[in-house]
Design a protein around this ligand. Structure first.
Ligand code: GDP
Length: 447
């Protein structure tokens, strides 16, 4: 998402770090370059200028000028001030005491509003809530069916009773009582643009349901437009916060950086994909870290805890230590890992080499999803016994396995060799000895 911005900022930081003492003029030059990078990423001008004026004041102060590593100190200051721009402290999404808690979701058409309703419902259900989804978007013909389909997928009931959106919302509140739902999420109508009619309807639904939250889904890919829409929504319906969608896309990311600074309301969640599980809570400090190429290890760990089977991971680690790790275990772990999403996205959460090009990004590019697919197909073509004891796989079996998995014998040989190498390396590492060279994932040879 922030690739270009991150790269541009990192080249400024690299120059700063390479110098000893900094002259105020050098600092101003660097800040000018940071400003260009932010504006190129579509950050609102006033937001960029406000951020940089805070950074400048601190950069010219003692904390930086008297430091032995002023370049490094400036990076720290940018990190802290960017966190402030993004909202400062993390604001947990809370529901208040009313039962049921009503959440109204607004946004322009295509912003990911309907999807966000389902994502939020899934998240809350995961926390033990009993949500009810309400399809009150009667403008877009497919919206009701879309929400029903999503509801079925995540096991959350969906209602849409009535011909008028306000009625639908009111009826839903009664239904929530009957069904004993404790959260009601109302998907309201979007239009192509923010217009008076849409605002009127949103206000009416708000009056009729007194929601605890009026959230707006904002498409991060629409850049400055998203900021303009957010401001208008804020004025008309007093939005309580935002869900930034499509942060997985290749947009420049400026909207994400500007929305809270412009509206004063927090971003609660970010959407990172089309599936109901692709929703992450928003942490300003972690996001700043990601933007500055420092990674986001905490989110990665949380993701792993949520999606991976902890028992199986522990068992695999034990087997590794006892040197009993088989291809079958490897297959299991490969699948667990892939539940977390594309490997490239995961690696991007790891920190890069300070001041250098983000090495993890290069690594992400080097690990090809296709290779992992091939490794999985090859292992699946082996018998159970072969997966447990790859040593028994003869030359003719290698050919059969290759044919069975659409790979070549060289692929099969490569996978077995890498697996053996990785196991040996693990054994050495567990034994506390240093191993020359890099760890190589057993994915077979590159084509
Ligand atoms: P609505 O018109 O605002 O209700 O928008 P939808 O929920 O129908 O979403 C519009 C399109 O964006 C759909 O194709 C969604 O699958 C897609 N979408 C929604 N959220 C995300 C996201 O976070 N990432 C990506 N990549 N796509 C998303």
């Amino acid at each position: 998402m922030f690739d270009t911005l991150t790269d541009n900022l990192n080249s400024v930081f690299k120059k700063l770090r390479s110098r000893g003492k900094l002259h105020p003029k050098q600092i101003d030059n660097a800040l000018g370059e940071i400003r260009t990078a932010l504006l190129d990423a579509d950050v609102a001008v006033e937001v960029a200028d406000d951020l940089l004026s805070r950074v400048r004041t601190r950069a010219l102060g003692e904390e930086v000028m008297k430091s032995v590593t002023p370049g490094q100190q400036i990076v720290k200051v940018v990190d802290e001030e960017l966190t402030v721009t993004l909202g400062g402290q993390h604001k947990p999404f809370t529901l208040g005491s009313a039962a049921p808690a009503v959440i109204m979701m607004a946004g322009v058409q295509g912003s990911g509003k309907t999807t966000a309703c389902a994502k939020l419902a899934k998240t809350l259900k995961g926390k033990g809530k009993r949500p009810l989804l309400v399809a009150a978007d009667l403008e877009r013909p497919a919206a009701i069916e879309q929400l029903r389909t999503l509801g079925r997928e995540i096991g959350v009931p969906v209602v849409s009773d009535g011909k008028d959106p306000v009625k639908v919302a009111k009826n839903a509140l009664k239904e929530a009582e009957r069904q004993n739902a404790d959260v009601v999420i109302i998907d309201t109508a979007g239009r192509l643009h923010v217009d008076a009619e849409m605002m009127k309807q949103a206000r009416k639904i708000k009056e009729a349901t007194t929601p605890h939250h009026v959230l707006m889904a904002c498409d991060a890919m629409t850049g400055q437009d998203a900021v303009v829409q957010a401001r208008e929504f804020m004025r008309e319906v007093d939005t309580t916060g935002f869900i930034l969608t499509k942060l997985d896309g290749d947009a420049r990311g400026g909207a994400a950086l500007s929305i809270t600074a412009v509206t004063g309301r927090p971003v609660y969640f970010v959407g990172t994909g089309e599936k109901p599980e692709d929703l992450e809570p928003f942490y300003p400090d972690r996001m700043a870290g990601r933007i500055l190429g420092m990674g986001d290890v905490l989110t990665l760990v949380e993701k792993a805890q949520e999606t991976m089977d902890q028992d199986s991971a522990r068992a695999a680690a034990e087997k590794l230590m006892k040197n009993q790790f088989t291809l079958e275990d490897f297959l299991g772990q490969l699948r667990e890992m892939r539940k977390m999403g594309p490997i490239g996205d995961l690696l991007k959460m790891l920190p890069g080499v300070p001041g250098g090009k983000n090495a993890m990004k290069e690594l992400a590019g080097a690990i090809d999803e296709g290779e992992l697919n091939r490794a999985e197909a090859i292992i699946l073509s082996m018998t159970r016994e072969e997966r447990r004891n790859p040593g028994i796989i003869s030359g003719s079996r290698r050919l059969r396995i290759a044919n069975g998995s659409g790979a070549t014998t060289a692929d099969v040989n490569g996978l077995l060799k890498d697996f053996d190498g990785a196991r040996k390396m693990m054994r050495t590492m567990m034994g506390g000895k240093r191993m020359p060279g890099m760890m190589k994932m057993p994915t077979g040879p590159k084509r």
